[in-house]
Design a protein around this ligand. Sequence first.
Ligand code: GLU
Length: 320
Amino acid sequence: MPHHGAKRPPSQAGDAPIPDLHTLLDDLDRTIRADGDWGTPASYIPELARIDPAQFAISVVTADGQLHGAGDVSTRFSVQSITKVFTLAIALGRAGDQLWQRVGREPSGRAFNSIVQLEQEQGRPRNPFINAGAIVTTDEVLCGRAPRDALAEIVQFVRTAAEDDNIHINNAVAASETAHGHRNFALAHFLASYGNLKNPPEMTLGTYFHHCALEMTTAQLAMAGRFLMGAPGGPRLLSTQRIRRLNALMLTCGHYDGSGDFAYRVGIPGKSGVGGGILAIVPGKASIAVWSPGLNLYGNSNKGTQALEIMPKKMNWSIF
Ligand code: GLU
């Protein structure tokens, strides 16, 4: 992967010198690969279970628009829940603050696909990033259009954000999840029983499974995340206020019941997916995409989290 003119950022008084990004990413790639414990990919979606776990990639787009990377940066992977960020952006554009009547904004402290809380809270999901919440935002995007058109809108949003039309849905992954997605069917019917779905559950879920099956490389994903950086001169797909709010939700809810741990260890907003990808944002400074298919106990990329714990710290990137 070529590195395009990495610039050496200025060091800050009292901190260790900030390394050149190019060297840092290459070193990081070596460090991550040296420790052979790759973990296990998600097993509940058969198409994802058969992916070789011994893969790692990291891509970074800095505020000046330069793309840097190391590892398997041109391998496409299933972005899964990371698309919930884009779907939420579209749903907010559609429903405005009324969306919050249907879904909350609090960390769940539960697994991504938990059903317990949904019953306790009468069918209003805790936040838009757990599965039940993302089924609601997908339902909002679907309103008034055919699933095909809602999907086209989501894919187009991502392509525009990434400035890349070569981004597609993997239909085999969507079919695999449809065939085995009993939990998500249960969640969708539960939502419907509380009157919190506007479309038939099967239609909303079909749209949800397909947008989760979008495939991207880390380079494409880091590019697609630039609008969340809110850097001057970057793409303007949302208002500043919405960008801040999306980042706040990513920080507090982006890693399911591992969100607090991720905020503590990494210190920047991020959204993970069970495909092993994470999109992380350093406001005003960088959009970072990492990928490694092996997951930790919370269903978030093990090596991806590890890389994000090391890299922003070395760059002195933190929101705190
Ligand atoms: N499509 C996945 C599911 O609904 C998304 C979960 C994730 O990426 O965390 O189970």
